[in-house]
Design a protein around this ligand. Structure first.
Ligand SMILES: CC(C)(COP(=O)(O)OP(=O)(O)OC[C@H]1O[C@@H](n2cnc3c(N)ncnc32)[C@H](O)[C@@H]1OP(=O)(O)O)[C@@H](O)C(=O)NCCC(=O)NCCS
Length: 205
């Protein structure tokens, strides 16, 4: 995969299929991935159509990575799940046949969201993923930088995110290397330890 000539931009609705494929490959076994293509594409579509989200992709010949986030992520997730409750129920039923523990996750996710801080000037980076075939060539770092620059343009002063604490050394090292600092850890509803990171944007002003 050629990663020499790339550019970062906002994707279009036509790019959602590729974004879904990258999510699936980058997050195997995760809750949202387990809900399948219809639910996940709908989720990213809703995020893309919401004007105040920051949604960026890096393109070479094709899209190789994406990053997206918004101010009140917990509220967005809750509203999306509520509005699409029938599709969610259908996707969960399908997923449960392959992994029964998914059902437990449906009930514990809202509790996780309540543990996340929400304050003025803070934007939540909800998802960042690079196609595993293109990983390790700076795409993730460039997407993070572009996300921070766009957040600053929109008058945010800090970027917040959570990521798994255990078995996730690469992502944790990646955030530390890119100017984030760990502010807290909490146990998610399904017993996973989550690290919380903040990156102040003040130095970019
Ligand atoms: C975490 C993730 C987004 C990082 O993306 P990435 O494009 O691989 O990240 P970068 O290339 O910017 O940096 C990662 C590594 O590549 C190295 N690198 C950066 N530019 C490079 C280049 N031009 N050539 C070779 N290596 C390079 C970095 O030094 C870093 O190595 P290190 O971790 O050993 O120090 C990606 O691995 C991913 O999608 N993971 C799965 C999903 C995930 O975990 N998402 C985040 C958690 S929510």
């Amino acid at each position: 995969m050629n990663t020499n000539e790339t550019h970062i931009c906002r994707p279009s609705v036509d790019d959602l299929a590729t974004i879904y494929e990258i999510h699936k490959r980058a997050f195997p076994g995760f809750f949202l991935t387990a809900l399948g293509p219809v639910f996940l594409k709908g989720y990213y579509r809703a995020m893309l159509l919401k004007k105040d989200t920051i949604f960026l992709v890096e393109r070479a010949d094709e899209i190789i990575g994406f990053a997206c986030g918004l101010e009140d992520a917990a509220s967005f997730n809750f509203k999306y799940m509520k509005k699409n409750i029938k599709q969610l129920a259908f996707s969960v039923c399908l997923a449960v046949t392959q992994r029964p523990s998914i059902l437990f996750r449906v009930f514990t996710r809202p509790q996780d969201a309540r543990k996340q801080p929400h304050r003025l000037g803070m934007i939540h980076l909800l998802s960042i993923a690079v196609d595993p075939k293109a990983s390790g060539h700076g795409t993730g770092s460039r997407l993070l930088e572009a996300f921070k620059t766009e957040a600053l343009k929109r008058s945010f002063s800090e970027v917040y995110l959570t990521t798994d604490a255990n078995g996730n050394e690469k992502a944790n090292a990646f955030y530390l290397k890119n100017g984030f600092r760990k502010i807290n850890s909490h146990s998610s509803g399904n017993g996973r330890l989550m690290n919380e990171y903040i990156c102040s944007l003040n130095h970019l002003k």
